[in-house]
Design a protein around this ligand. Structure first.
Ligand code: MF3
Ligand code: CO
Length: 253
């Protein structure tokens, strides 16, 4: 394993890219309304990224025989992550909609995801969104130079457990910057892997995937979409951060 510490110049590019990505996410949020389909959302994201000469890095990612077809991932309700945009997927009131975008800008990548409510959602869905977002905050509060990565993982897992939810284990966060997926892997639970000491200038994509019911997951036939095994809801929030001496700077807000 080799973790790349970024230069100040690289971090500056990620700072600008992250801000643009956050702005794009804000534009996409306006399209999370009943009657909209996820193909239209993907199209808007593609246009907004193109407009600023960015590159949507998810498109074409993966094995050559089944590359990811969208610019963004659009995952609804029990879909955890990597849902494929489609004209046939029409949003309805009560849905929770996960939008995930990775963008290369000035040569550097930032990665971000949000879970949005569509119309009026049920109290249990609202609670899942709130706790998942808060679990990311709990985790982020542990990130600083000299800290152990496991402090992040334990904070996220402990927080969601205390609210009766469960963290997905098969999918994890990751280093990000020159590539979409760099070392280290960043579990949202206490893993048995060797721990890592964080250093200033590491750039990380932190992304708890939190299920309302069981933590277990299933891969759909499209080879991309992960869903909860029990069919209950799942939420996902992701930010790209840079580790600093006293904490971290969130680049995607
Ligand atoms: N944000 C996700 C991740 O970091 C999505 C990448 S999968 C892709 O793993 F195929 F859509 F690129
Ligand atoms: Co990611």
């Amino acid at each position: 394993m080799s973790i790349i510490v970024k230069t100040e110049k690289e971090i500056e590019a990620m700072r600008r890219g992250g801000q643009e990505l956050a702005r794009i996410m804000g534009e996409i949020e306006k399209k999370i309304v009943p009657g909209e389909n996820t193909h239209e959302i993907d199209k808007l994201a593609r246009e907004l990224v193109f407009e600023i000469e960015g590159i949507a890095v998810f498109e074409g990612y993966g094995d050559r025989d089944n590359p990811y077809p969208g610019a963004v991932c659009t995952s609804i309700n029990s879909e955890i992550v990597h849902g494929i945009p489609s004209k046939d997927r029409v949003l309805k009131s009560g849905d929770i909609v996960k939008i995930d975008i990775g963008m290369k800008y000035e040569g550097m990548i930032t990665d971000m995801s949000r879970t949005f409510p569509c119309g009026k959602i049920a109290p249990n869905a609202y609670k899942l969104l709130k706790v998942t977002k808060e679990s990311l905050e709990q985790g982020i509060s542990k990130i600083k130079a000299g800290a152990k990565l496991s402090e992040y993982s334990i904070a996220v897992d402990g927080y969601v457990r205390s609210h009766g939810f469960s963290a997905v284990r098969e999918l994890v966060g990751h280093g990000v910057g020159r590539e979409l997926h760099e070392d280290p892997q960043i579990p949202n639970f206490k893993s048995n892997e060797k721990d890592i000491i964080l250093k200033e200038g590491m750039t990380l994509a932190l992304e708890p995937m939190i299920n309302e019911g069981t933590r277990y997951i299933k891969l759909m036939e499209d080879g991309w979409t992960y869903v909860t095994k029990d069919g209950k809801l799942s939420a996902h929030f992701e930010d790209t951060v840079v580790v600093t001496r006293n904490g971290c700077e969130i680049l995607t807000r």
